[in-house]
Design a binder for this molecule. Structure first.
Ligand SMILES: [Zn+2]
Ligand SMILES: [Zn+2]
Length: 400
C-alpha cells in the first residue's frame, strides 16, 4: 500500500472545499510534474487557435447491432471558455461499447460512436481553463459532464448525478443537443472538470484502459477498503479483471483469480496473483471456501454467483462490476448464514479516476494490450466477445 501517490488527492478532497474548487486545486498538483519534466516550453501562454473552432471530425460508427464499424464524420462543438480540445491518440475497446451497439441495455441511437477510454494531446483550451495547456497529455473516461450541484456531484460522485450524468457516448448532449459521441474518433471537446491528467513517462496506450476498466475495478478496492495482506478474489480475467489483479497486487493484497481460460492461469500469476483456478476445478474452488475479504466479479454476463459468495469470510462482500443485468443464483439463506453482501458498483468519480491514474503511474501498472487500427474495430469486438482479447484492444487513432 503506497500512501505517497494518494496524498495529494486525499488532502484536497478532505479540506472542506466544494468539488469545483477541488478540481481547480488539482491544477497546482498537475502543473508541478509537467513543468519539472520540461512539458511547459513554448506553449506556456495559451493562444487562441483554430482548434477552438467547431470542427468536422473523423470517427468510426456502428450503424446497427451487427457490430460493423465504418468511417463517419461527426461535428465537435466550438470550445466554450471551460472546454479542452483533445486530439485522441489511443482509444480502447470496453465491453460496454459492445453491449451498447448490440442493444443489450436497450436500443442505442445509431450511428453510434462508442469509446470511453481515451488518451490524447490537448490542442486547444478555452479562455477560462486553468488545469490544462496546449501540448498536455490528457485522458477522458466514461462521462463528460454532470450538474455539479447535486449532493452526489458535491461528494465527487458525478457518475451518480441526481440530475443525469452526461456519459461519454450515446447520452443526451446537454450542450449541443443530440447525443454524445465517444472516443472512436480523432478529437473530443470536454469541459475541463471531466478531463484527467496523465503523468509524464507512462505508456499512453496502456493507460487508456484505466479510464474505465481501471477506475471500475479500483473504486471497489477503495470503497471496501482492501488492505495489504487481505485475500482478494477476482472472478473473470478479461479487460476489467486483469487490471483488477494488477491494482489489487499493487495494493499489497493476496490476489486469487478464477477464470474459465486455461491459458490465463499463468498470465494471472504474471499480473501479480498468488493463485489462479479454473471454474471447472471443483477441488480448487472448494479449497477457497470462506477465505476472502473481498471479491470482485468482472464477468460481463450473468451466471450463478452463490458458489463465489460461499468463498467470502463472514460479513464480507462480493462486488459485481461486470454483469449489468439481473443477477443470478444468489441464495438468501446461504448469504444469511455468513451475513455476506452482494453489491454493485459502476465506474467512479472524476477525483477517484485521477487517483487510480496516479496510483498506476506510481506503481508501474498499465493495461496489457494489443494495438489495432480503426479498420479493425469490428473484428476486435468479435474477439472480445469470444474471450480472445489479451487483454484490451487499443485503437491507434493516429494511424488513420
Ligand atoms: Zn467501459
Ligand atoms: Zn449532479
Amino acid at each position: 500500500m503506497c500512501e505517497k501517490c494518494e496524498t495529494g488527492v486525499e488532502i484536497l478532497t478532505r479540506n472542506g472545499e466544494g468539488r469545483r474548487n477541488f478540481l481547480r486545486g488539482g491544477a497546482a498538483v498537475a502543473a508541478a510534474p509537467l513543468a519539472a519534466a520540461g512539458f511547459s516550453g513554448s506553449r506556456a501562454a495559451a493562444q487562441p487557435s483554430d482548434a477552438l473552432a467547431q470542427s468536422e471530425v473523423q470517427a468510426w460508427a456502428a450503424r446497427d447491432t451487427d457490430g460493423t464499424f465504418a468511417p463517419y464524420t461527426i461535428t465537435r462543438r466550438e470550445a466554450r471558455p471551460k472546454d479542452v480540445v483533445i486530439d485522441i491518440m489511443y482509444s480502447s475497446i470496453c465491453h460496454s461499447d459492445i453491449h451498447t451497439y448490440k442493444g443489450d441495455w436497450g436500443m442505442p441511437n445509431f450511428p453510434l460512436v462508442p469509446g470511453h477510454e481515451m488518451v490524447g494531446r490537448v490542442v486547444g483550451v478555452g479562455s477560462e481553463v486553468t488545469k490544462f495547456r496546449e501540448g498536455d497529455i490528457a485522458g477522458v473516461g466514461t462521462m463528460v459532464d454532470s450538474c455539479g450541484e447535486c449532493v452526489n456531484c458535491l461528494a465527487d460522485r458525478e457518475q451518480n448525478c441526481l440530475n443525469g450524468t452526461t456519459f461519454t457516448y450515446d447520452s443526451p448532449d446537454q450542450v449541443s443537443g443530440g447525443v454524445t459521441y465517444g472516443g472512436y474518433s480523432k478529437r473530443i471537446v470536454v469541459t475541463e472538470d471531466f478531463v484527467l491528467r496523465i503523468p509524464p513517462g507512462v505508456d499512453l496506450a496502456g493507460f487508456a484502459p484505466l479510464l474505465c476498466a481501471g477506475i471500475t475495478t479500483f473504486s471497489p478496492i477503495n470503497h471496501w477498503d482492501l488492505k495489504p495482506g487481505q485475500r482478494y478474489g477476482v472472478i473473470g480475467m478479461g479487460g476489467l479483471g486483469h487490471l483488477a489483479v494488477k491494482l489489487g497486487a499493487a495494493k499489497g493484497a493476496e490476489v486469487v483469480v478464477f477464470t474459465t481460460s486455461q491459458d490465463k492461469l499463468e498470465d494471472a500469476r504474471s499480473f501479480g496473483a498468488s493463485e489462479a483456478y479454473l471454474w471447472s476445478d471443483e477441488e480448487g474452488l472448494r479449497s477457497q471456501m470462506a477465505s476472502f475479504d473481498l471479491m470482485l466479479s468482472t464477468v460481463p454476463v450473468a451466471y450463478p454467483m452463490q458458489q463465489f459468495l460461499n468463498m467470502l469470510k463472514l460479513d464480507k462482500t462480493l462486488v459485481n462490476v461486470g454483469a449489468l443485468f439481473p443477477v443470478e443464483g444468489a441464495h438468501g439463506m446461504m448469504m444469511g448464514f455468513g451475513r455476506q453482501s452482494l453489491a454493485g458498483s459502476m465506474t467512479g468519480g472524476i477525483a477517484e479516476t485521477q487517483r487510480v491514474i496516479d496510483f498506476a503511474a506510481h506503481h508501474g501498472v498499465a493495461a496489457t494490450y494489443e494495438m489495432i487500427t480503426p479498420d479493425q474495430i469490428g473484428e476486435a469486438c468479435e474477439r472480445v466477445v469470444n474471450r480472445q482479447a489479451r487483454y484490451r484492444y487499443v485503437i491507434d487513432m493516429t494511424a488513420a
